[in-house]
Ligand binder design. Structure first.
Ligand SMILES: Nc1ncnc2c1ncn2[C@@H]1O[C@H](COP(=O)(O)OP(=O)(O)OP(=O)(O)O)[C@@H](O)[C@H]1O
Ligand SMILES: [Mg+2]
Length: 392
């Protein structure tokens, strides 16, 4: 590159002043350039020893000015320029070099400040700050680097937030499971101790045994639900999917729930037109969803209220709705109702109800079918709707 640049300079001089001057110029450029290039390479090879960016800039400028001053000296000697003119030229060049060094150092200072801002931001993130928030004064590559670092820490902070939320949810589930296991187990222990100690009469013993089987049933239901939920969440889904006639499935489920509804004096009815499209689903799992929703509806509807199950085809999906005329669910609780162990209402209502896994399992089953489940806006009572794909 140096030879090419010297040849170009020489060629230009030859074109204007003749071949001899051209040769001298090319030689002069080559002689002056060689030490500078050699020194630049030497510095570049040892640049890790020059630890400051400002020093590297200064060295580069000093090399360039040195070259120019040497060139002036050589030109003055070769061309018999008067010492007065050569001196003036050297002063002018030194002044130009000083100005170049000044403006370069200004640029370098901005660059160094930006690099320090990036370093400080990254160090602060390393010490636990969530967002780097690096502000640079330029829009060059260092500005891009700062922008990339800011974006990266923002994304990391979002992920960390999600991880914290998941960890909180996991802790909440563990606490809820422990509580729901401990309460019936404590009662069972006390009842068993009373029977064992023979401190109760035959009638009371019979009553205690009845209470014990209620606790055992609720414990097995909780353990079954937990097992099912953990399998669903782990994606362990090996169901056979088939064409399911919803009118028949809903009718059967409503009939199975009728004794339960009658006991609470709640009317339960299916409203499914015969022509509703069949769903692509696993019938047992779909029935499980219907059972959970109808059970919730009956549980939260006072005597003389009603529960209605309806279905309609909507393009590529079938929508099923379970509506009741009960107490309803406030809008702010609707999304939370799908969280594991969420039970609305006061503490008493909570102990009277189930474990709070029903809707979580419903959502997991419906989503495993490629569908969705949600609460629909309603003026009175509750309306839960879910959709599953239509069988092709
Ligand atoms: N139809 C409804 N009307 C009013 N509130 C409801 C209704 N369905 C659900 N909820 C509220 O949502 C909560 C969560 O319901 P979910 O079915 O998940 O649990 P659960 O019924 O309490 O217990 P599980 O279903 O495990 O026996 C309920 O505790 C209740 O507060
Ligand atoms: Mg339920």
């Amino acid at each position: 590159m140096l030879a090419a640049a010297a040849a170009a300079g020489g060629g230009l001089t030859a074109f204007v002043y003749g071949a001899h001057d051209g040769r001298v110029t090319a030689l002069l450029l080559l002689l002056c350039g060689t030490p500078v290039i050699a020194l630049s390479h030497a510095f570049a090879r040892r640049q890790e020893r020059i630890r400051s960016l400002a020093r590297k800039f200064t060295l580069g400028i000093a090399l360039a000015i040195g070259l120019v001053l040497v060139a002036v000296g050589v030109v003055a000697a070769l061309m018999f320029v008067s010492p007065h003119d050569a001196f003036l030229m050297a002063i002018l060049l030194a002044f130009a070099g000083f100005l170049a060094a000044y403006s370069a150092s200004l640029l370098a200072r901005g660059l160094i400040e930006d690099i320090r801002a990036v370093r400080d931001g990254v160090v602060a993130v390393g010490h636990g700050r969530r967002i780097a928030d690096i502000v640079t004064g330029s829009s060059d590559e260092v500005g891009d680097l700062a922008e990339a670092a800011n974006r990266m820490t923002e994304q990391l902070s979002v992920r960390e937030g999600e991880r914290d939320a998941a960890e909180d949810a996991r802790r909440g589930v563990v606490a809820a499971v422990s509580h729901d296991l401990r309460t019936p187990l404590t009662s069972l222990r006390l009842l068993a101790a009373a029977i064992e100690d023979d401190v109760v009469d035959a009638g009371t013993r019979q009553r205690y045994v009845g209470q014990m089987s209620v606790h055992i049933r609720s414990l097995s239901a909780l353990i079954d639900d937990l097992f099912e939920l953990s399998r669903l969440q782990a994606g362990d889904i090996q169901w056979s999917m088939q064409q399911v006639r919803l009118d028949e499935l809903i009718e059967d489920t409503v009939e199975a729930m009728r004794p339960h509804a009658d006991a609470k004096m709640v009317m339960v009815a299916a409203q499914v037109p015969g022509g509703v499209a069949p769903a692509h689903a696993n019938p047992e799992k779909l029935q499980r969803v219907l059972f959970n929703l109808i059970q919730n509806a009956i549980r939260h509807t006072p005597p003389d209220g009603s529960v209605t199950v309806a279905a309609e085809s909507k393009g590529s999906v079938v929508e099923v709705e379970v509506a009741d005329t009960g107490e309803g669910l406030p809008p702010e609780e609707r999304e939370r109702a799908f969280e594991p162990f969420y039970r609305g209402g006061d503490a008493q209502a909570r102990t009277a109800g189930g474990s709070g896994l029903g809707l979580t399992i419903c959502r997991a089953i419906v989503e495993a079918h490629g569908g969705m489940i949600w609460f629909v806006e309603s003026r009175a009572g509750t309306r839960v709707r879910f959709c599953v794909p239509v069988a092709r």
